[in-house]
Design a protein around this ligand. Structure first.
Ligand code: IMP
Length: 178
């Protein structure tokens, strides 16, 4: 299935299931090597990272825990309008090495918000792992430790990523046909 339709848009296959799973195995091996012997807590960022987090986590051999957090937007009363609130956060991260698992880093503002929170809560060390990274869109200077694929600045769906809520259940990743 090289082309698919979701709502009003067409997408063509960009990364196959085999490519994605192969890369996740390589990322897990690197993380297993780098973080051996540490007390590790993985944080999956919902909704998009749920499949990536599950597939990566089951390939870790570390003494590790996993939890999930979500950044929810709601209309606030500030001048900027939107406020992003972190929900689902009830872990004690003191003394832990935290690995943030993201589906995609685009501008980096989600990442910046999460890193700010982790710093306040005194993690020993924070590492960032993202399946996809759009270097041309990235506006921050937070270093990203583990990157699955660098991709061009176009819209993608599948393997957890959505278009208007749909497409998350696709096993491959598809790129928008302009
Ligand atoms: P950032 O805060 O700009 O880095 O954006 C991160 C969030 O935007 C991701 O966690 C996704 O939910 C969403 N996002 C960014 N690019 C895409 C895309 O190409 N497809 C689907 N969602 C995306």
């Amino acid at each position: 299935m090289h082309e698919i339709e979701i709502l009003d848009r067409r997408f063509s296959v960009y990364l196959t299931e085999e490519e994605i799973q192969g890369r996740i195995t390589a990322l897990a091996e690197k993380i297993n090597d780098d973080l051996k012997g540490r007390d590790v807590l993985f944080f999956g960022i919902l909704n998009g990272a749920f499949l990536f987090a599950a597939d990566l986590f089951r390939q870790t051999t570390l003494n590790a825990q996993i939890s999930f957090i979500k950044l929810a937007s709601y209309d606030g009363t500030t001048s900027s309008g939107k406020i992003k609130e972190l929900i689902g956060w009830n872990e004690d991260i003191t003394g832990k090495t935290v690995v943030v698992l993201e589906d995609i880093v685009d501008t980096g503002s989600t990442l910046e918000r999460i890193i700010g929170e982790l710093t306040l809560r005194k993690a020993v060390e924070v590492r960032i792992c993202t399946l996809l990274f759009k270097p041309e869109a990235y506006l921050k200077d937070i270093p990203i430790d583990y990157i699955g694929f660098e991709i061009p600045n176009s819209f993608v769906v599948g393997y957890g990523l959505d278009y208007d809520g749909y497409g998350r259940n696709l096993n491959a990743i598809y790129k928008l046909i302009k």
